[in-house]
Design a binder for this molecule. Structure first.
Ligand SMILES: [Zn+2]
Length: 285
């Protein structure tokens, strides 16, 4: 044994560069890394994850000549996931990433406040040594104001399940268009209680048609213009907020429209805050 080892080390000394390619063992192994942060979404029309074309599903062969996406494979150029991934993946020497959000907002809804928690999974990272704060700043800079990120914190894989399984109340703000001036805002201002929502027409094609109850508390209602209201409310997770405003042709009761006695439509909607417990985030955000 001693003799064999001696010869091996001697060979290495004599031919230090005989094999310039690193061996399999010397190359750092690929592994999956998990980073938790929160995103603020400040541009409307930006989906959280890649918005694959529903017709061709982005498939390289099928998307050629696909009309809905015009061969692009996606229905939007960017998403929160892509704005992060296109900087993050090269930095870690990885090709693929997975975005695990704590729920999601509609594409046309801004995500404000402290932002929405998420875990970004870097699949097959070759280089784990990345300056996370420099990376965060670079992502924000290249996103040109579309997103802002809280600092990244390396986390364990089980944080993905935590955010997927835990639900939180949210504070929304909405701009509401009315068909007529309501006589009084009092009933709407005072509303706090259960709302029964039948699956909205706009999602009925992909979700089961059923009734469910959600707690809604109106925080404030104010007139912000002719036939326009500013509404703030706190909602249980899973509340269909746009339908709470309009009533969805009687499928949501009560609704802002029924409380005001006039037809109402949600024109703009933002998530003002996701009410997560303070202790859930590593840096105390
Ligand atoms: Zn397509």
């Amino acid at each position: 044994m001693r003799c064999a080892r001696g010869i091996a080390s001697l060979r290495r000394v004599e031919h230090p560069s005989s094999d310039p390619k690193p061996t399999r063992r010397e190359r750092s192994p690929r592994r999956n890394l998990y980073f938790e942060s929160r995103y603020r979404k400040l541009r409307r029309g930006l989906p959280q994850t890649i918005f694959w074309c529903p017709t061709c599903k982005g498939d390289r062969r099928r998307r050629e000549g696909c009309e809905p996406c015009q061969g692009f494979g996606k229905l939007t150029k960017e998403s929160v996931q892509e704005l992060i991934g296109r900087r993050m993946l090269p930095a870690f020497g990885a090709r693929t990433g997975r975005f695990h959000g704590a729920g999601r907002e509609d594409i046309d809804v801004l995500m404000l406040g402290k932002g929405r928690p998420f875990v970004f999974e870097v699949v097959g990272a070759r280089n784990p040594n990345v300056d996370l704060e420099a990376l965060r700043k670079e992502i924000e800079q290249r996103a040109e104001g579309a997103i802002e990120l809280a600092p990244f914190v390396p986390v364990r894989k089980d944080r993905v399940a935590y955010w997927k399984q835990t639900n939180f109340e949210k504070v929304y703000r909405a701009e509401v268009a009315l068909l007529a001036e309501p006589a009084s805002l009092d009933a709407a201002v005072a509303f706090e209680g259960k709302v029964t929502q039948r699956t909205p027409q706009r999602v009925a094609h992909r979700r089961a048609d059923l009734d469910r109850e959600r707690e809604v508390k109106v925080l404030s209602v104010e007139r912000i213009g002719d036939l326009r209201l500013g509404l703030r409310m706190q909602c249980q997770h899973g509340t269909y907020v746009k339908e709470f405003v309009s009533g969805d042709e009687g499928r949501t009761t009560p609704s802002l429209a029924s409380l005001l006695g006039v037809e109402a439509r949600c024109d703009l909607l933002d998530v003002e805050e996701i009410l997560t417990p303070l202790s859930t985030f590593a840096d105390g955000v």
